[in-house]
Design a protein around this ligand. Structure first.
Ligand code: ATP
Length: 465
């Protein structure tokens, strides 16, 4: 899927072309003036521009160098009402893909768009993906490969990146990959976990503060925005950013200027923002908990990391990789893996994703001291119990259907409620097992602290006294 910007004052034409492009699976944005077109082109990353020559506020052809100079260097197809050989020559010289005269034949324009996107795919995606530094990223599932392509695309721009995905899917790892592959790789990579910083401190952590700005501010401190100058600021769990700070931060994103708490002078910082969240920011916008304009800025470039259960081929490679890493770390001989062990890993749903998988392998290696081969019994008990319950329920459901009983469909719980029930049971067992110790619960389950709290809240599970 490509992102295409149409700049033409003919509203009907835009609508027609957009409709066609949507059926081909592309995302489109339309602008009807040159200034709106430029604003859109600089505000997001486009693969392709369809650019009219005569626009109400200027010539698209004359502005072509500006469009080509945006960080992401989109391909450009010029569309014109009046064919002009000089204009066509100029357009091609500046690097336009083609120069097409109106009236547009839908067949021709679609063909040109497809060709231009194929060319771009070769140029921008395949090559960087091959050269991509992906230190520490393991896996070759097609879904993961697509994420790596997005990393390659994001790395060559300066636009903010929004990385979404469940807890433990590798959002921070991918954020580092974007940084390491960008021109800022030699600059700092500064992390702010918005979920763990108390609300009162977020402002001074981000913007810095002057000595005496508030009780406890015993000396002047630089904020993370300044520390990220010439580098990347990674805001983890960005959905937890308090609303007043969202507003102030949006201004920083737009103007690259900010004022430390208690300061009188504005400072500047040239940082690139990468934000991550496991929450649904669109829903938060609807609920008034997250600013729409901030979300719009953040998602100029978006990467969605699929949960581990949706990329089963990666489970085995990840498991083997981490068995190797952890055996080396503990100075033990490399352990073998029984087929049942691998099957158990494949069957499990991994709510804590890769982090949970690493913890399970860690636990298995510790439990298998004196054994050369890993068996399911070495895996965390809570995980095996959870799996067993899943299997028993699945078998029971299959038995019911095999016996051909007249069970009504409505008597079977929905998949969602069944998974929720299992999750609730798992969390209750977990909290009992770790005696309410949150740190231990995170370690065993592979959930992040915020992920665990959110789930405990969802199921109203109290920590045992
Ligand atoms: N594809 C992968 N290859 C190797 N290791 C991975 C991969 N994905 C995640 N990991 C490892 O899993 C652990 C969790 O990853 P990370 O902290 O990046 O997840 P996250 O999505 O940011 O989690 P959270 O939302 O809970 O903060 C880390 O140890 C990371 O190195």
């Amino acid at each position: 899927m490509a992102k295409i910007l149409l700049i033409d004052d003919d509203h009907m034409l835009c609508e027609m072309v957009c409709r066609k492009l949507h059926t081909l699976g592309h995302e489109t944005v339309s602008a009807h003036t040159l200034s709106h077109g430029l604003e859109a082109a600089f505000g997001a990353t486009f693969d392709l521009l369809l650019l009219d020559v005569r626009l109400p506020d200027g010539s698209g052809l004359e502005a072509l160098p500006q469009f080509r100079a945006t960080e992401y260097r989109p391909e450009v197809i010029i569309i014109t009402g009046e064919g002009d050989p000089e204009g066509a020559e100029l357009a091609l010289e500046i690097g336009a893909w083609d120069y097409i005269e109106k009236p547009l034949s839908m067949r021709e324009i679609t063909l040109q768009i497809t060709r231009a996107l194929e060319y771009r795919h070769e140029k921008m995606v395949c090559r960087p993906a091959r050269l991509l530094r992906k230190d520490g990223i393991i896996g070759s599932d097609p879904k993961l490969e697509m994420c790596l392509e997005s990393v390659a695309r994001s790395a060559i721009t300066v636009a903010p990146v929004l990385i979404t995905g469940e807890t433990g899917t590798g959002k921070e790892l991918f954020a580092r990959a974007v940084h390491d592959n960008s021109r800022r790789a030699s600059g700092p990579f500064v992390v702010l976990d918005c979920a763990t910083v108390p609300e009162k401190l977020v402002e001074s952590m981000l913007f810095g503060h002057h000595q005496g700005a508030f009780t406890g501010a015993d000396r002047t401190r630089d904020g993370l925005i300044l520390q990220a100058d010439n580098g990347t600021l990674f805001m983890d769990e960005v959905g937890e950013l308090p609303p007043p700070i969202q507003k102030a931060f949006l201004r920083v994103l737009q103007e690259r200027r900010f004022r430390p708490v208690g300061g009188s002078r504005e400072l500047t910082s040239d940082f690139r923002l990468i934000a991550a969240t496991n929450r649904d920011l669109e829903t938060m916008v609807q609920g008034g908990q997250f600013r729409k304009d901030l979300l719009f800025r953040l998602k100029a470039s978006a990467i969605h990391l699929p949960p581990l259960k949706e990329r089963p081929t990666d489970i085995e490679v990840l498991a083997l990789h981490y068995i190797n890493v952890l055996c080396k770390r503990y100075g033990s001989v490399l352990k073998g893996v029984s087929p049942e062990f691998m099957q158990t890993l494949q069957d499990y749903v991994w709510p804590g994703n890769v982090r949970e998988l690493i913890n399970a392998i860690d636990c298995a290696i510790a439990n298998a001291q004196g054994h050369e081969v890993l068996f399911p019994i070495h895996l965390p008990t809570a995980m095996r119990i959870c799996l067993k319950r899943q299997t028993i329920r699945k078998n029971a459901a299959m038995a019911v259907s095999r016996a051909g009983t007249k069970t009504q469909e409505s008597q079977l719980p929905s998949l969602k409620s069944s998974l929720e029930e299992t999750e609730k049971w798992y969390l209750q067992s977990l909290m009992i097992r770790v005696h309410g110790d949150i740190k231990a619960a995170c370690r065993v389950s592979g959930l992040s602290r915020s992920g665990l709290y959110a789930r405990l809240k969802k199921y109203s599970i109290a920590r045992p006294a």
